[in-house]
Design a protein around this ligand. Structure first.
Ligand code: TXA
Ligand code: MG
Length: 355
């Protein structure tokens, strides 16, 4: 692949959308998107890699830059809910309710499309995933571009999603035209993907909006059984890949708190004795008890928002220090921790230990 010059542009993080709309750098980035270029930008969840969702060439460039398998469709990002009818012929009552409560925000809805997007965006499916992000820079860019923008997470396929401009730079410099730096993202894990094509909404990927929050708005919500039974085929193509993988071997340790801490201590000591570089993914409550090559404190065990916010950064740090084996604490399987556990389970790829 021919190397591109990547421009890293810092965007002010303290301005309202109205003020951002008049910034030269955002106008240039929007213009570049309209011309088929690739622009990485911050959203409230993770950084996205944007391209014109109607241009097949631009979409193929996204797949190439990420090294993403072509059967994994992209999320289309809009700046206004008024743009939705351009790509979706019908919005169900349930979808309307969800939109009213959660957009702009970390909720992606899967709906039937009109067939006017580049084929690569939907990977040939008759549905499209759509969301409106809740981030002033993303919204200003989307409104200036005024076209549907396909944007997967701006990481190399198989690596943790990027939550800072540094992460994007490490994965994609030389492969994209512009990186808009808006500082660290807020939520830290991706949006919740919900299929609203049937009577009952189905959660395909847990994320920034929790199942509990969804249930407050629509009475019945189901969760794709493949999320809890590893043998079932997921309904969302992307969920079958081993995402969020650190380079070292990650072991997820289950069990009640005391036993979990004791087991991680023992395992780390054994691995250190074998001459391995050992990482521990822990919380501030337990960190003092451990010894390892690199201890990553992912916030407080009582603050799921902190853990979600820091998770991918911690996973990337293990790679930077070339850690061989990582022992990770587990969290309760509800609320935002459910989304965190989904990512940790994928990173562990079946390496689960019961304390
Ligand atoms: O928070 C997010 O959602 C971020 C930011 C940038 O918006 N984006 C993101 O995109 O995480 P990506 O491409 O990394 O993940 C998109 C997920 C994949 O699991 C994909 O398979 C699924 O959405 N998806 C996309 N279109 C779909 C469809 N038509 N049906 C089912 N799943 C779909
Ligand atoms: Mg991704």
């Amino acid at each position: 692949m021919q190397l591109k010059t990547t421009h890293w542009w810092k965007v002010p993080t303290d301005q309202k959308i109205e003020d951002l709309l008049s910034l030269d750098i955002l106008q240039s980035a929007a213009q570049l998107l309209r011309e088929g270029g690739l622009v990485a930008f911050p959203t409230e969840t993770v950084y996205g890699l944007g391209a014109d969702a109607r241009k097949e060439e631009a979409i193929q460039a996204v797949f190439r830059a990420k090294g993403r398998p072509n059967d994994n469709p992209l999320i289309v990002h809009l700046g206004h809910v008024e743009q939705l009818p351009q790509i979706v012929p019908e919005v169900s009552t349930i979808a309307k309710r969800l939109i009213r409560h959660f957009w702009p925000g970390p909720l992606t809805l899967v709906m039937k499309h009109r067939g006017n997007l580049a084929k690569g965006v939907t990977a040939g499916l008759d549905t499209v995933a759509v969301r409106i992000p809740d981030h002033p820079i993303a919204l200003a860019l989307l409104r200036l571009a005024d076209i549907p923008i396909a944007a997967p997470s701006a990481n190399l396929s198989g690596r943790p999603s990027p939550t800072t401009a540094d992460h994007v730079w490490n994965d994609l410099s030389g492969k994209i035209e512009i990186l808009l730096d808006g500082g660290p993202t807020n939520v830290g894990i991706e949006s919740t993907v919900v299929d609203v094509t049937g009577k009952t909404p189905i959660v395909l990927r847990p994320g920034g909006v929790t199942v509990e929050q969804l249930k407050k708005v629509v009475k019945k919500v189901t969760v794709d059984p493949a999320l809890t039974h590893s043998k079932k085929k997921p309904r969302s193509p992307g969920m079958k890949y081993r995402h969020y993988a650190p380079r070292g071997e990650l072991w997820l340790v289950h069990g009640d708190e005391k036993k979990m801490v004791r087991t991680i201590k023992q395992l780390a000591a054994q691995s250190l004795a074998q001459g391995k570089k050992v990482g521990i993914l822990t919380t501030k409550e337990h960190a003092k008890q451990f010894q390892a090559t690199l201890i990553q404190i992912c916030g407080s065990k009582n603050k799921p928002e902190q853990v979600a916010h820091q998770l991918y950064h911690c996973l990337r740090r293990f790679d930077e220090e070339q850690i061989d084996v990582i022992y990770a604490e587990s969290f309760p399987d509800n609320g935002l921790f459910q989304s965190v556990m989904n990512r940790l389970n994928k990173a562990a790829n079946g390496r689960i230990l019961k304390a």
